[in-house]
Design a protein around this ligand. Structure first.
Ligand code: HEM
Length: 419
């Protein structure tokens, strides 16, 4: 009799896995919580899937963010991290460095990118959201990724940085290239990264001559004990704000709307609360959407700087470690009924924004955009529904991010009577 035999490990990184990775993650959490695997790029890495191990690994200073610690870095060059960042001289950004450099740069950027600056930006996010919805509200149908979730964060962060409006469509094109090719050939992404780098360097030069109230001027002005960001550091910082804040927010809106459309009871609750002027459920709801199907499936690369143990598994110096946020946030040891979407979940210390010193710097902006986007969509298009069979929807194949390629919806056109 073999009833107790462990079922075979599920395949990872296939199209089926991309559509629904959660059963495979449940298997890993139970049978191989710290699991070595070959990634589609050929690089071997450890996947950490339990909540307690994930939280500990995210804060473990023996895990470096600097790819020089990768044992394969000599021949694996360019296979870890953002395509093109090396050739575009953009390596010194927050997600690639450790203390004390990280501490210094994070302190400087935090002086410019403050929660107060984000709060002041709320009316502009609302205006952008309404303008984008105006573009399709009268038609009765839309692809919410292309027409809404994709442009909103790119225009928002460009505005915040101080990119002039007439140049923002270039950013939209470069960002589009990144998102389209995120899981595929790296050449197109690398070219877009170089173009952004060139543009940002020039913009920083111009702003230096004529400082304004925007975030790039804030980055140039920020000083700590007489220290300032160098031009290279300011360019890398502006770039990482764009890069880290763009596809993540696209997916918060895309995955979030999709989860609401698939859970009509929860969506109705939220619509009733919004109609009654109660924004409390919107706030807890966006956190729950981040836990339930968050934009960042795997945290960014970490490398063991010495031999160490995570969850009882020995990891050798130089090995890459990837913390699977999506698996940790569905761990039944931490969350009651983890596969159920509960917008009013209270005890919800999810890892969707990471943990420790690299905790998401843009979380206040992401919350503002996510809450504004979802609330405005549901208010203006109250009978929004999916216009495709969920089995026909395709998810992007990239390693770090989780998001839909398209999200076709239909609704009663604005201005006509609802049935
Ligand atoms: C819903 C949207 C977002 C999610 C889910 C998200 C998630 C994350 C996560 C998980 C990390 C940590 C990665 C790691 O430790 O490996 C991170 C870091 C970061 N995020 Fe976000 N993010 C979002 C939006 C934004 C926005 C809008 C911005 C800025 C405009 C931003 C800027 C950053 C930066 C600069 C870091 C690096 C911080 C550091 O290393 O000290 N993020 N984010």
């Amino acid at each position: 009799m073999h009833e107790n035999r462990t079922p075979p490990a599920p395949p990872l990184f296939t199209w089926e896995f991309a559509a629904d990775p959660y059963p495979a993650y449940a298997w890993l959490r139970e049978h191989a919580p710290v699991h070595r695997t070959a990634l589609p790029s050929g690089v071997e890495a450890w996947l950490v899937t339990r909540y307690a191990d994930a939280r500990q690994a995210l804060a473990d200073q023996r895990l470096s963010k600097n790819p020089v610690h990768h044992s394969e870095s000599a021949h694996g060059k360019g296979k870890v991290g953002i395509p093109g960042e090396r050739s575009a001289n953009l390596m010194t950004h927050l997600l690639n460095i450790d203390p004390p450099d990280h501490t210094r740069l994070r302190r400087l950027v935090s002086k410019a990118f403050t929660p107060g600056r984000v709060a002041q930006f709320a009316p502009r996010v609302q205006e952008l959201t309404d303008q984008l919805i105006d573009g399709f509200a009268g038609t009765g149908e839309a692809d919410l990724i292309h027409e809404f979730a994709f442009p909103l964060p790119i225009y928002a962060i460009c505005d915040m940085l101080g990119v002039p409006r007439e140049d923002q469509d270039d950013f939209r094109d470069w960002a589009g290239m990144m998102i389209r090719h995120g899981g595929g050939p790296r050449g197109g992404v690398a070219r877009s990264v170089k173009k952004m780098r060139g543009y940002l360097t020039e913009l920083i030069h111009r702003k230096r001559e004529d400082l304004g109230e925007d975030l790039i001027s804030g980055l140039i002005r920020a000083s700590d004990h007489g220290e300032h960001l160098t031009e290279d550091e300011a360019a890398a910082m502006a770039f990482i704000l764009l890069f880290a804040g763009f596809e993540t927010t696209v997916n918060l809106i895309g995955n979030g709307v999709y989860a609401l459309l698939r859970n009509p009871g929860q969506r109705e609750r939220l619509q009733r609360a919004l109609a009654a002027g109660d924004e409390g459920l919107l706030a807890t709801g966006v956190e729950e959407l981040l836990r339930y199907d968050g934009p960042v499936e795997l945290a960014t690369w970490r490398f063991a700087t010495r031999d160490l143990t995570i969850g009882g598994q020995r990891i050798a110096e130089g090995d890459p470690v990837l913390v699977v946020l999506a698996a940790a946030d569905r761990d039944p040891e931490r969350f009651a009924d983890p596969d159920t979407l509960d917008l009013s979940r209270r005890d919800n210390q999810h890892l969707g924004y990471g943990h420790g010193i690299h905790y998401c710097l843009g979380a206040p902006l992401a919350r503002l955009e996510g809450q504004t986007a979802l609330a405005t969509l549901l208010r203006r298009l109250p009978d929004l529904r999916l216009a495709a069979d969920p089995d026909d929807l395709r998810w992007r194949g990239g390693l770090i991010m989780r998001g839909l390629r398209t999200l076709p919806v239909e609704f009663t056109p604005e201005g006509t009577e609802h049935a």
